[in-house]
Design a protein around this ligand. Structure first.
Ligand SMILES: C[S@@+](CC[C@H](N)C(=O)[O-])C[C@H]1O[C@@H](n2cnc3c(N)ncnc32)[C@H](O)[C@@H]1O
Length: 348
């Protein structure tokens, strides 16, 4: 655990970035060189997330993250953390990602326990360099599906092979009952079909994980994905775990984000989910001991009404990230599924 209010340990050893030997292997270097040269910001965001998990290793156990992140992303984030540390920043770079990862980990486990885990499915949409299939024991009775772009999944598989081959293999055994990688663009109409072709069974209890994904889509694309998942509630017990940005988070200059929703806890019931709970970074179930400082950015805005888009003290935008769990089942259909116009207004 950490002994600092900003979640970073006081251990002096961290300031030196030590790269694992595997990153020096030729085949691994080649893949990362290709990622650097050819991938767009969207796909590279997957490596940035892995770098976050790798460098916040004092709270997240993800031993494959360094390999998947690659040297450039690790160095980049390491420099930012060093700068934050020397400036005594209240928020150290990567803390949101660390909290988000821990929140999703705990909610996946909770959801699988509540649906009695057996014979369940977990679908990671926009899985990126996620390694939960290798690191979460709660997936031992679950079929896991990772959906992402084809070139990303291929690179990920090749990188993982380098780690999983002997003599390293025994450290990185798969924990999930099964793991299927499904190459699909979720902006297209056929991603659910592709998932089914890969073995996804609509009648099985399913946990959907949309971590760091929705805001890269346009409004109509994001709504289509959420509607497709909500429709599954009429067939089987369905749990959705997703993070949503509010409007100010997506409208900062140079933003690459599109979809936002200020009220996901109203939007999701209108799509067909029967229960929805919402947390913000810093809430009881979303700080994991990493953000005690009452003056950090997240704690400062958490106490303000969510309708406020700028902080009354300094006029700065109230950038929020909502961590949302929603569920539904054929037995529990919501009484107030709204018309498309209402949905549109709630998500804009
Ligand atoms: C920020 S990363 C998050 C990755 C992972 N969920 C995590 O939290 O580490 C976003 C991921 O979504 C994927 N993605 C974005 N748009 C997509 C689309 N239209 N179809 C499939 N994958 C997509 C990207 O390739 C990337 O891997």
């Amino acid at each position: 655990m950490t002994d600092k209010e900003n979640g970073w340990p006081d251990n002096p050893g961290w300031s030196e970035l030590k790269l694992p030997d595997l990153l020096l292997v030729d085949s691994v270097r080649e893949i990362h060189a290709r990622i650097e040269a050819e991938w767009d910001y969207l796909q590279r965001s997957a490596c940035q997330m892995a770098a976050g998990r790798a460098l916040w290793k004092h709270v997240i156990h993800d031993p494959l993250a360094e390999l998947l992140a690659g040297e450039a992303c690790l160095r980049n984030l390491h420099e930012k953390i060093k700068k934050d540390r020397s400036n005594n920043a209240r928020e150290i770079s990567g803390v949101i990602l660390a909290v988000r990862t821990l929140w999703f980990d705990s909610k996946i486990e909770g959801a699988l326990t509540s649906i009695n885990g057996r014979d369940s499915q977990v679908v990671l949409l926009g899985a990126g360099m996620d390694t939960r299939a290798y690191r979460l024991s709660c997936l031992k009775e679950s079929d896991v599906f990772e959906v992402d772009f084809s070139e990303l999944l291929q690179a990920k598989a090749t990188l993982l092979n380098a780690a999983i081959e002997p003599p390293n293999g025994h450290h990185h055994q798969q924990k999930a009952k099964s793991l299927n990688r499904v190459a699909a663009d979720i902006r297209s109409n056929d991603w659910l079909e592709k998932l089914k072709t890969a073995g996804f069974a609509s009648e099985k209890n399913t946990v959907w994980v949309l971590e760091g994904l929705l805001y890269y889509l346009t409004h109509s694309q994001a709504l289509q994905v959420l509607e497709t998942i909500a429709d599954q509630c009429t067939i089987t017990h369905t749990v959705l775990l997703a993070d949503f940005m509010n409007k100010p988070s997506t409208t900062l200059s140079n933003s690459v984000f599109h979809f936002y929703c200020d009220w996901p806890d109203h939007l999701l019931p209108s799509l067909g989910f029967s229960t929805t709970t919402l947390s913000q970074i810093g809430d009881m179930d979303a700080h994991f001991g990493l953000m005690h400082d009452p003056l950090n950015l997240f704690n400062k805005i958490r106490s303000l009404p969510r309708s406020l888009q700028t902080h009354p003290d300094d006029g700065k935008p109230c950038c929020r990230l909502y961590l949302v769990q929603a569920s539904g089942s054929p037995q529990l259909q919501p009484s107030h599924k709204d018309n498309p116009q209402v949905r549109k207004s709630l998500s804009e």
